[in-house]
Design a protein around this ligand. Structure first.
Ligand code: ADP
Ligand code: MG
Length: 697
């Protein structure tokens, strides 16, 4: 019998001083209700516990121009000047009576268009001013500082404490948010508790009301940390509940065909490979085989650096499926890659009498029809692009679906793979193996891919030397290209990469123009081709095939070659405007060389005016390990950004995502709860939201 909506649930625009304009800005941040506003966490805190006085500030000699100050000072005089058009200036002279003697111990503070300050500042009273010193024509003054009466009780909002600073948003200042949030904290006790008591106690988390109070106006930095920890935990826990619930739902409802390990077939396949699997490959394969032996569909992600040999592991699994009379779909993000994989897999499977079919959107219609016919009549291995999950594809007995470079596919496409399309096959739900070369630290990966098991290939096959990588300053360009020519003279092939196809307003070197120039000058006499995303699909395929066969010497390209391309004879790569690429991407690109037995070289050329001393480029020089680079990336960009490439919608702070203890315990808490209470009956507050979200994807 609630006569009135509880304040916590009230719409944000019912608050005094929140008009439609502010409401709109808040909505953009996802803040709709008072409760949302209370949960809006600051990004950091300014430590304004230490205030200075004018004599202290002035004793340091010169005023720190441009520097921020938290100044405690009495007001000596106030003046209001009205200007044209409702504009105004309030000037206050700060400094006590004693300041008369030391003439310099006064400072002016100036505010624009805040005439009410002339009324509210009382001469003779002491205030705290928080702002920046600016030096102009008329000397140094304090410009538009926040003002606050100094109280004895420590109840200040903007000074004399850890002051919250909220994420920067157009039109919403931290100061405004502090003004709005502070008085609402008295309602914090009415916030509904969203974590079950036992989980909260088990992980030693603050109750929601206390966390809300401390996140905005903490007593000290410890209190702030504990509050942050609680909210981060809650986010990860919630996200894990959804992911794990989704996984359960799928695995409880869907039934897969059991693929028992056929050791004779396995030995036969592995013996036919030109090398022995590495320990990492073997371990990953064993984990996969054990999943295949169950009637719950496998949901596994195989993580391994570029060149770690994921294809062979996947192929061994596919071979097992074939031995059990089931089909395998091998889905890749681009047509070029589909062809490459088809060629590799044919080398392995055809000698064993197994057919490999190819289906890609860019094929002529007749070829596509033929491929679909083969799929329907049971071709054991089918490689393709997302054409494989279109409605017109009928599988005879699909047992295993492999998604390579899974981060390149949208979430929806990945979900589709699990659901409708494949379930139409008579073999029930397929076992699903995703693969990615985006190495992120294990704990983070477990959270990002909460609904999958994780296998990791930690190392690349031994024997291949690391790619020698060098950041080349503009003065060294000619030498770098000369080194490329040396490689070509030895019969090797080269990539020259650009961030953009054609010259934009950005003033960057671009593939099209540079292709013309390079072909006519530096690489005169060599066969040079251009590859980029705007070319017709057939052209791309033709060029890539020719390069793979060694018919081209130099491939001038954009990042379309990023994914999976395997040309062992390509030993040198130049990346122009290297500063424009992200670290993960640079690593992926470099992974296109160093795949054969020859030593390989990568030259990173920052563009004109870009610094050669770029942290990312230096890291590339230093290490060849994707996992190490991922750590560096994590440090430079923060986990939010890094994860953004993997999954969006993470409202977890950087501290939270960097804290393995938090990630682990939140994940475990979600797992335990689902174990005890799979339908989430004990947490009605979360139940509907989690179940709905789990069903969505
Ligand atoms: P990725 O993990 O990037 O997909 P690939 O599967 O393309 O890597 O393998 C990279 C290269 O390493 C290929 O040329 C492949 O033939 C080779 N390779 C794979 N496994 C081994 C191994 N155990 N020993 C030697 N070379 C291997
Ligand atoms: Mg690969």
């Amino acid at each position: 019998m609630q006569a009135k909506l509880d304040i916590i649930q009230q719409q944000i625009d019912t608050l005094p001083g929140v008009g439609p304009a502010y409401a709109k800005r808040l909505h953009r941040l996802g803040i709709r209700t008072v409760g949302d506003l209370l949960r809006y966490a600051p990004r950091r805190y300014d430590d304004l516990r230490e205030t200075t006085t004018l004599p202290e500030l002035l004793a340091s000699g010169s005023l720190p121009a441009g520097g921020s100050v938290t100044l405690r000072a009495p007001v000596k005089s106030v003046r209001l000047r009205r200007l044209r058009g409702r504009r105004s200036i309030v000037t206050a002279v700060l400094g006590d009576k004693a300041a008369k003697a030391a003439k310099a111990a006064i400072l002016e503070a100036v505010w624009f268009n805040q005439p009410y300050l002339a009324e509210s500042l009382i001469v003779g009273k002491e205030y705290v001013f928080v702002g920046k010193l600016k030096t102009g024509k008329y000397g140094t003054n304090l410009q538009s500082p926040a003002v606050e009466r100094r109280t004895l009780t420590g109840e200040q909002t903007h000074s004399g404490r850890l002051v919250p600073v909220y994420p920067e948003t157009e039109g919403l200042s931290s100061r405004w948010l502090r003004y709005k949030i502070r008085p609402l904290l008295s309602y914090a006790d009415r916030m509904p508790e969203t974590l079950p008591d036992d989980i909260r106690d088990g992980a030693d988390l603050l109750p929601v009301a206390e966390a809300v109070r401390s996140i905005h106006f903490p007593e000290d930095s410890d209190a702030a940390k504990r509050a942050r920890y609680r909210f981060d935990f809650e986010q990860v826990f919630y996200q894990q509940l959804i992911a794990q619930r989704r996984r359960r739902e799928w695995q409880e409802e869907a039934r897969a065909t059991v693929i028992p390990t056929d050791t004779t077939a396995l030995d036969k396949f592995l013996k036919a490979l030109p090398w022995k699997l590495t320990t990492g490959q073997r371990t990953a394969l064993d984990e996969i085989l054990s999943d295949l032996g169950r009637d719950r569909p496998m949901l596994r992600l195989l993580q391994g650096d570029v060149g770690s040999g994921k294809t062979a592991v996947a192929a061994a699994a596919a071979h097992q499926a074939a031995a059990a009379g089931l089909q395998t779909a091998f889905m890749v993000p681009t047509e070029v890659l589909a062809r490459q994989h088809a060629a590799t897999l044919r080398q392995w499977f055809e000698p064993l009498g197994l057919e490999v079919a190819l289906l890609a959107g860019g094929q002529p219609a007749a070829e596509q029809d033929e491929a679909r016919g083969r799929i329907a009549s049971g071709a054991p291995i089918v490689v393709g692009t997302h054409a494989l999950i279109q409605r017109d594809v009928r599988w005879q007995r699909l047992g295993l679906a492999i998604v390579d470079e899974q981060h390149r596919f949208g979430v929806e496409q990945r979900a589709k793979l699990r659901a409708e399309q494949f379930v139409k096959s008579s073999a029930g739900a397929p076992h699903l193996l995703s693969m990615t070369a985006t190495p992120i630290p294990r704990t983070l990966a477990l959270v990002a891919y909460g609904d999958q098991d994780l296998s990791i290939i930690p190392e690349r096959p031994a024997g291949r030397p690391a790619v020698a990588t060098k950041v080349v300053a503009p003065a060294g360009r000619d030498k770098a290209f000369a080194a490329v020519r040396d490689e070509l003279a030895k019969g090797r092939q080269a990539f020259v990469l650009y961030p953009v196809i054609s010259d934009s307003q950005l003033g960057l070197k671009a593939a099209e123009e540079e292709f013309e120039r390079l072909a006519a000058t530096v690489f005169d006499g060599y066969k040079v081709a251009l590859l980029h995303g705007r070319l017709p699909a057939e052209d791309k395929v033709r060029t890539m095939d020719a390069f793979s066969r060694g018919e081209l010497d130099v491939l001038v390209s954009t990042s379309v070659v990023e994914v999976g391309v395997d040309v062992p004879n390509a030993t040198v790569m130049v990346i122009e405007e290297a500063q424009r690429f992200g670290l993960a991407q640079l690593h992926q690109l470099r992974g296109r060389i160093g795949r054969g037995k020859h030593r390989s070289y990568c030259y990173l050329l920052p563009g004109d005016g870009a610094s050669a001393d770029n942290e990312r480029l230096r890291a590339m020089e230093r290490t060849d390990s994707g996992f190490e680079l991922a750590e560096v990336d994590l440090e430079i960009r923060g986990p939010g950004e890094v994860l953004g490439t993997v999954q969006s919608g993470f409202a977890v702070s950087i501290e939270g995502l960097s804290d393995p203890r938090l990630l682990k315990s939140a994940r475990a808490a979600a797992r335990d709860l689902l174990e005890r209470d799979p339908r989430l009956k004990t947490i009605p507050a979360l139940r509907d939201k989690v179940l709905a979200a789990a069903r969505l994807a």
